[in-house]
Design a protein around this ligand. Structure first.
Ligand code: LAG
Ligand code: CA
Length: 510
């Protein structure tokens, strides 16, 4: 009895930091711009069976329709109300998705935009995804409703009303980001409207939120709003479960707002992670994989239990945060980076799943980075089609379905809770490490072949490499790795290999 009480309390206390994933699942995937119907299908046919813990979805809130350029992906970051009605689907489709995904143990994390509404200069004749009226000039959003007094126009002290100097925290929090109408989050009325909106999603069954533009909100305001959120729906979650919260704060270590201000509320995006890992895998600035030995807090990152980590996200894959970021466009290096992330114990991991577009670099800047999801001429989003070889079609990249990435998601589940062990490196770009007696991974990012005998920590036996192939019923479709009775294995990786890394784990043992 006493044990039971303790367990329940523990659940409550770990609240907003606990991802709420099914026990033994360890990653979520961002299905950027996917339709709710496609996500429901994907949960059932792929994510559930392959051990994914959840899906970060694109903003579900009604947004304005941008026609110039034609239907950019970023129009969804300009909400005009809280109706669930976007190119991804309507409320009924949303409910259906949540139910179906929850039923297979894949939970939904909503990208919630609560800092702002649409841009300040938007013409009121502009249409919206559900046809609801609004008037940006009048600061009027009748479906909420919000009026002039619900915005920060008076509080902001810059001439333009926009953020002009990122060193001034008052501007960053109280002025308009990219001219987006900034909500007065200290107002009781506004807090109530936002809490109602988030609680509606919680009651439908979502497991948590990505808080968009958290840097632009006072931590104290976020804290109050979060404290008003319901516990998760007990149809799927244990009594007293708190919504998982991860706050989007870009802190690359320079001047301005620090991620530390947000640790009391929930997890925080660690943007240094992908920027640094990209630099290492690209071997820029003299970086080497050998230096990854103390990856994590040792690199100046936030505490592991606060970090939400990723190789790329929907913004920085478009060049918003430096050139080092690896994406599906650099697939060979990208797979190594995602493989490293998923093998390494630091942080809670998010895998990116993108749509493709044709880049057009002018003076180093991609002038096509606005292009929206694959869509029909009338602007509706195309369905995700699945090819016979399990990859996606219609312009959907589906990195999460790449064998190497999918198998590393499973690796992370198998290795969950195990410390990093048996680190080895050659002083350059050949590295290897294990996760206790559950998994082992080795990389060769040097220009010379690798042929070494290493301690894996694994029980003796024959294992299937899950990068070049995987284990089928009784055989390996790719490379086999033999682990000796002392736990050592000979690891050979040609520098020219299609994927210059190998990974094995106890569930891939013959
Ligand atoms: C975010 N996180 O804090 C999102 O991850 C990011 O994708 C959002 O920007 C931003 N914050 C606001 O939610 C995106 C685009 C912007 C776009 C904005 C609003 O990266 O380019 O701004 O969404 O749609 C666009 C224009 C701006 C214009 C603004 C308002 O690019 O020039 O000022 O709309 O009209
Ligand atoms: Ca703000």
């Amino acid at each position: 009895m006493r044990g039971l009480v303790f367990l329940v309390l523990l659940q409550v206390c770990t609240g907003q930091f606990n991802p709420n994933v099914v026990c033994g699942r360890t990653s979520i995937v961002h299905l950027f711009e996917w339709r709710w119907e496609d996500i429901a299908e994907e949960c059932e046919r792929y994510l559930g069976p392959n051990g994914f813990g959840g899906v970060q979805i694109s903003p579900p809130t009604e947004n304005l329709i941008v026609t110039n350029p034609k239907r950019p992906w970023w129009e969804r970051y300009q909400p005009i109300g809280y109706k669930i009605c976007t190119r991804s689907g309507d409320e009924q489709q949303f409910r259906n998705m949540v139910t179906r995904c929850n039923n297979v143990g894949v939970y939904i994390y909503v990208d919630a935009i609560i800092n702002h509404m649409c841009g300040s200069g938007v013409d009121k004749r502009t249409s919206s995804t559900c046809g609801s009226p609004y008037d940006a000039n009048e600061r009027s959003f009748p479906t909420v409703p919000y009026l002039r007094q619900d915005f920060n126009d008076n509080k902001c002290n810059t001439g333009s009303g926009n953020i002009e100097d990122y060193r001034d925290v008052n501007q960053v929090r109280d002025c308009r980001l990219l001219s987006l109408l900034d909500l007065a989050l200290e107002k009781e009325y506004v807090r109530g409207k936002i809490a109602d909106f988030l609680n509606k999603l919680i009651d439908i069954g979502v497991a948590g939120f990505r808080l968009d533009a958290s840097k632009h909100m006072w931590p104290g305001d976020i804290q109050v709003i979060m404290s008003r959120l319901n516990n998760l729906n007990t149809e799927w979650f244990p009594n007293g479960s708190r919504p998982f919260v991860f706050q989007e704060v870009i802190d690359l270590g320079g001047v301005g707002i620090s991620v530390t201000e947000y640790f009391g509320i929930g997890r925080v995006t660690e943007f240094k992670y992908g920027a640094k890992l990209g630099t290492v895998i690209r071997k820029w600035n003299g970086e080497k994989m050998a230096y990854l030995k103390n990856w994590g807090e040792g690199w100046g990152f936030m505490p592991a239990d606060r970090a939400l980590v990723f190789v790329d996200n929907h913004d920085n894959q478009r060049g918003h945060a430096g050139d080092s970021i690896l994406t599906f466009f650099d697939s060979r290096m990208y797979k190594m980076a995602v493989g490293f992330m998923l093998a390494h114990p630091y942080g809670f991991t998010r895998v990116m799943s993108s749509f493709s577009w044709t880049r057009n670099f002018v003076d180093g800047k991609d002038t096509n980075n606005w292009i929206g999801p694959p869509s029909h001429f009338n602007g509706s989003t195309k369905a995700v089609s699945i090819n016979e070889n399990t990859t996606c079609g219609n312009g959907w990249v589906c990195e999460h379905r790449w064998r190497q990435i999918k198998n590393m998601v499973l690796f992370r589940n198998v290795a969950n809770g195990q410390a990093l062990t048996n680190w080895w490196d050659n002083g350059e770009n050949q590295v290897a490490f294990g996760r206790g007696s559950t998994g082992f991974i080795a990389f060769n990012n040097d220009d010379r072949d690798m042929d070494v005998t290493l301690n894996t920590g694994l029980p003796a036996g024959t294992y299937c490499d899950i990068i070049s192939g995987q284990k089928e019923a009784t055989y390996c479709t790719g490379i086999q790795i033999a682990v000796s009775s002392t736990g050592t294995a000979n690891v050979k990786i040609n520098s020219s290999a299609e994927d210059p890394f190998i990974a094995i784990h106890i569930n891939a043992k013959l």
